[in-house]
Design a protein around this ligand. Structure first.
Ligand SMILES: NC(=O)C1=CN([C@@H]2O[C@H](COP(=O)(O)OP(=O)(O)OC[C@H]3O[C@@H](n4cnc5c(N)ncnc54)[C@H](OP(=O)(O)O)[C@@H]3O)[C@@H](O)[C@H]2O)C=CC1
Ligand SMILES: CCCCCCCCCCCCCCCC(=O)[C@@H](N)CO
Length: 279
């Protein structure tokens, strides 16, 4: 459900860089007050300056708070309190702080699994937990989770990353069911692999869908992996029902080609290794 951003207080974790910064700029352009949350203070200040260039009135504020969203719940709770004292109750929370790491399962340190799960999953739980009570009381609120296309399907090299992004979906679906009667709405964004973060911003700020995806791959993936996700409109539901078989068929071809890529790379690598040894 769309929410007017003019005058709204939008908290963006991971707002000092990339997709999060773009979301903050987009909201600022629509008149929102912004709190940026991330660890590095220089990057926060840099982003604040960049965002302030897009102001549409002289009342708008960009507040920066440095914290690690994945470490200690009471710290995160404090940060949210500080932000509420300065800019009023949080209307929109965008959980965009996150990090990724690729590598084969056996090559990844087990600590990588712990770290990605804390940053990507717990780092979304803590800020959400800190804002949700007030949102329910006020009967106003939007919580956005930034997952990934790698949170809709498992891919080679993403054992640690994908699982942390899948977890976000479970959290979001369950939470949406709880908070809907309080007029609080949840969105999960599934950005594709892209270097143009600006592309990701539109759906996040403008549309009120539970599923937010980008591009035709993204559209197909969201339909295909809709499972028990809530629907926003009858049209969306009907589209999913009608296209499911077709998309599954297309997916089988993708899976076949993924398998052949993995096998081809394995063979090539094996060949290179034998050449190395004989040389
Ligand atoms: N770019 C892509 O291809 C895709 C990205 N995504 C997801 O989108 C989100 C943003 O990605 P992107 O813009 O590329 O990322 P960037 O690396 O550009 O930005 C990450 C942001 O998160 C902050 N951050 C990271 N760890 C923490 C932490 N522990 N506590 C607080 N803040 C933290 C960073 O600031 P600092 O380091 O100072 O704390 C920074 O502001 C991530 O969740 C990512 O997984 C999803 C799909 C595709
Ligand atoms: C009908 C079936 C359609 C199937 C389409 C399959 C397309 C697969 C694309 C997967 C891309 C994964 C992006 C991960 C992005 C990310 O989060 C990282 N960049 C983070 O570093």
């Amino acid at each position: 459900k769309p929410l007017a951003l003019s005058g709204a207080h939008v908290v963006v974790t991971g707002g000092s860089s990339g997709i999060g910064k773009c979301i903050a700029i987009e909201c600022y352009k629509q008149g929102a007050f912004i709190t940026l949350v991330a660890r590095n203070e220089d990057k926060l200040l840099q982003a604040k300056k960049e965002i302030e260039k897009h102001s549409i009135n002289d009342k708008q504020v960009v507040l920066c708070i440095s914290v690690d969203v994945s470490q200690d719940y009471s710290q995160v709770e404090n940060v949210i309190k500080q932000a509420q004292e300065k800019l009023g109750p949080v209307d929109v929370l965008v959980n965009c702080a996150g990090t990724s790491l690729a590598g084969k399962f056996e090559d990844l340190e087990v600590s990588a699994f712990e770290r990605l799960m804390s940053v990507n999953y717990l780092g979304s739980v803590y800020p959400s937990r800190a804002v949700i009570t007030t949102m329910k009381e006020r009967r106003v609120g939007r919580v956005v989770f930034v997952s990934s296309q790698a949170g809709q399907l498992g891919l080679f090299g993403y054992t640690a990353y994908s699982s942390s992004k899948f977890a976000i979906r479970g959290l979001a679906e369950a939470l949406q069911m709880e908070v809907k009667p309080y007029n609080v709405y949840v969105t999960v964004a599934y950005p594709p692999d892209t270097d143009t973060p600006g592309f990701a911003k539109e759906n996040q700020t403008k549309q009120g869908n539970f599923n937010s995806s980008i591009g035709s791959d993204g559209y197909m993936l969201s339909s295909l992996t809709c499972g028990m996700a809530p629907v926003t409109s009858i049209t969306e539901g009907l589209q999913q029902v009608v296209t499911m078989g077709l998309f599954r068929t297309i997916a089988l071809f993708y899976l076949g080609s993924f398998d052949s890529i993995v096998r081809r790379c394995m063979t090539q690598k094996a060949q290179l290794e034998t050449v190395d040894k004989t040389a």
